[in-house]
Write a protein that binds this ligand. Structure first.
Ligand code: PNW
Length: 532
């Protein structure tokens, strides 16, 4: 029998974003500050010196964003809630901000009105500054676990009647290692005194990771005990992890790849998240970390083990691994994309850590499925085209390298499902929009939609068209077909109120609206006419 080339019936796909990367409006409607507000405003912390104060202005342009999602015909949208919009100071005894609840409530209703399933991340790195000031945020074990569980409960109460897909925490590795080890992400703590006045990179990342596991597990406990019986949703954590290949066939590098994998799932040395899935910390971790290694009490283990309904996977690339180096955060393995013969593993992205290698994606899916035996939700996967910021918009939207990346990953996804029998439930390319790429500021673009930050106009890239078409062709035959929507060539937001319109100094003259030929297309036509 021929292997089917369609997705399973309940498969969901859509695009992903995170609150701090898109919302802007950091002072609106009672929002409290988050650790990324302060960090991104501090000179030297982002590559272009820019903060998240405007981002893609999605707090103001949320209806336009949803209209764009609807035009793409997505089934689902993965977005995150800003904790400090909902509880401005963050703590369990601090007031809840009804305006924050109202904003996300309207947002969810609008998604549902368009037939788009909300897929909600509770925490995507924007900790309320109030909690950082009060007890050092994720380092304050007892407090943060209780405050996070309370915040989660507020969200289940407010939105759980309509939200059936919850992610507790996005990529804890980044909070722990990048935020408290290397010091390049908020709150920027590190032993490196050139970077940070406070911090201990040898202990804090491990404590933060440990506390995140506990906070996640307690939120899941609240959900399962108090909400799941009536709300009937799914809840889990989402981890970053990339595939690892040996640099060459020497035994030590074959071992290194295995070590990197052992270390790197969740991109965490020593599989730090095995407690969640398997109920133990690998002994090797204790061996290496000695008395720096935190542990759970018996009561805590009971809450932690089995605390994810699924495996949430964010994955971008594959690393060639060589034994050696002294980077403990990488498990003392060196990563490269250059093969021994000097050739590259794949196409280089704008950011140094990413090359295109779709076979690694398929292998990782198989590895995770065999190891954890839980359904996999792919919650992020994407590519930043090199130099996309430095070229005119009309060239940037022809994002061939990103299309190539998604051609590979969509095929790998389908093969993993249909040939290999891996239970995969979702695929969310990162990202709906170019956006605030953390320490890179706005210099790195991951969007399938180009954002002109001067005007906040959104221009669908060719990769968006590729993905929309691919999913149309590969959805299960029994999934109700949507009326064919026309993807707009661009969307200039209605120049309504506030700082958006006042700061917009548009290089594109006439506001082009959906259904009209956009300025870009006119420019392209003019260039073509000129060439001919
Ligand atoms: C993820 N690395 O972050 C995040 O979940 C997104 O918010 C982000 O925009 C996206 O991937 C693209 O970077 C990562 O250094 C940040 O390997 C850094 C790394 C990996 C993922």
């Amino acid at each position: 029998m021929a292997v089917p080339n369609k997705l399973p019936k309940d498969f969901i796909w859509g695009f992903a974003t995170a609150a701090f990367q898109i919302e802007g409006s950091t002072n609106a409607d009672g929002r409290g500050p988050s650790i990324w507000d302060e960090f991104s405003r501090t000179p030297g912390k982002t590559l272009d010196g820019k903060s998240g104060d405007y981002a893609t202005e999605s707090y103001k342009l949320w209806k336009e964003d949803i209209a764009l999602l609807a035009a793409y015909g997505v089934r689902s949208y993965r977005f995150s809630l800003s904790w400090s919009r909902i509880i401005p100071l963050g703590g369990r005894n601090d007031p809840v901000n009804l305006k924050g609840i109202e904003f996300y409530s309207k947002f969810i209703d609008e998604l549902l009105a368009h037939g788009i399933t909300p897929f909600v991340t509770l925490y995507h790195w924007d900790l309320p500054q109030g909690l950082q000031d009060r007890y050092n945020g994720w380092l304050g074990k007892d407090e943060i676990v209780k405050d996070y569980a309370n915040y989660a409960k507020v969200c289940f109460e407010a939105f759980g009647d309509r939200v059936k897909h919850w992610l507790t925490i996005n990529e804890p590795w980044c909070c722990a290692i990048l935020g408290h080890g290397r010091g390049v992400f908020a709150p920027g703590r590190s032993s490196d005194r050139n970077r940070s006045a406070e911090g201990d990179s040898s202990t804090e990342p491990w404590l933060v990771g440990h506390h995140i596991i506990l906070a996640h597990a307690h939120a899941v406990k609240v959900y399962r005990e108090e909400f799941k019986p009536t709300q009937k949703g799914q809840i889990g954590i989402t981890l970053n992890g990339d595939w690892a290949l040996p640099y060459d066939n020497t035994p030590e590098n074959i071992d290194a790849a295995q070590h990197a994998l052992d270390f790197a799932i969740g991109d965490y040395p020593f599989k730090l998240f095995d407690p969640v899935y398997l109920g133990f910390y690998p002994p090797y971790m204790r061996e290496v970390l000695g008395n720096r290694m935190p542990d759970f009490t018996e009561d805590e283990w009971r809450v932690v083990k089995g605390s994810s309904d699924f495996y949430g996977m964010n994955t971008y690339t594959t690393n060639l691994c060589r034994a050696g180096g002294d980077d403990e955060f990488q498990g003392n393995v060196e990563y490269t994309f250059t093969r021994p013969d000097g050739s590259q593993l794949g196409t280089q992205a704008h950011c140094a850590w990413l090359q295109d290698y779709p076979d690694g994606f398929r292998q990782l899916l198989n590895y995770i499925w065999k190891r954890y035996k839980l359904p996999i939700y792919v919650t992020e996967n994407g590519f930043a085209v090199k130099g996309e910021t430095d070229i005119p918009i009309e060239e940037a939207v022809k994002d061939f390298d990103r299309i190539h990346y998604f051609q590979g990953t969509t095929k790998a996804l389908l093969d993993a499902i249909n040939h290999d029998g891996v239970d995969i439930r979702s695929y969310f390319p990162w990202s709906l929009l170019d956006n605030f790429e953390w320490a890179d500021g706005y210099t790195t673009r991951f969007g399938v939609t180009y954002v002109d930050y001067e005007t906040q106009t959104r221009y669908p890239k060719d990769s968006a068209r590729f993905l929309v078409k691919w999913f149309n062709e590969h959805e299960h035959p029994e999934v109700a077909k949507r009326p064919k929507a026309k993807i707009p060539t661009s969307s200039l937001h209605l120049s309504s109120n506030g700082s958006v319109s006042s700061k917009a100094s548009s290089p594109t003259p006439a506001p082009s609206r959906w259904g009209f030929r956009s300025t870009v297309m006119k420019v392209v036509a003019a260039i073509l006419a000129f060439i001919r």
